[in-house]
Design a protein around this ligand. Sequence first.
Ligand code: PAF
Length: 266
Amino acid sequence: MKSELRHPLAFVPTMGALHAGHQSLIKIAKQKCEEVVLSVFVNPLQFENKEDLAQYPRNIDGDIALAQSTGATFVWAPTFEEVYPGDPVIIPAGKIGNLFEGVHRFGHFDGVLTVVHRLFELIRPEYAIFGEKDFQQLFLINQMVRELELPVEIISAPIVREDDGLAMSSRNIRLSTDDRARATIIYKALCEANGSKDPARALQRVLSKEKNFQIDYAEIIDANTFEVATVATPNKRAIVAGWLSGVRLIDNMAMEMAMESSGALA
Ligand code: PAF
């Protein structure tokens, strides 16, 4: 790594295959600090499925060009040994790490927290930017920072969507043309849930219209606790994950309109 990083600095951790979603994180980082460090590291510890790890898209030359043209002052693509010179010290994600994503990707969040913690140790950022698309990840990173009293401010960034609503993801390039069209069902379902008095039912109803979409979970949760929401939950969020022909997609949306309607019912 560059020996002299200029502080304060803002850090954007990524696994590469950068797209407009990552660019939005860099832009937010740039509003905070002149020095913006972006890491590209496909962390094996967070892949419970070795095939998924092997297939994860990689494009380091494109990543460097995009990151620098967007405002990153330093792009760091460390080796496994640089990140983990010895046995990694695993940071357990705890109870919430075993829900939803954790049910389907066992040990995933232990791997995420371990690498994020390690990258923080190496880079020592004053700010770190994470997208809301990985909402459970964001929740757990905030929890880790609070519990371990890490000296970094976590900034969350809104989801960036394609024109038809599909959340941007490095995995989207693996979708066939047909599946790319089918994938819009997720955004439709989230919007429908948001406008509904029974968001959980609306979410399931719309998603079930797309037979090729295999749901891992589709739920309305309390965004403060990650428990399944009740009518009275003030801060509801719809979370969805599933598969289209071997490509895993996740998304989420604040149930702002549903919140108003449950408030009116209460
Ligand atoms: O969100 C990601 O891209 C990864 O989970 C992260 C935070 C870079 C850790 O590997």
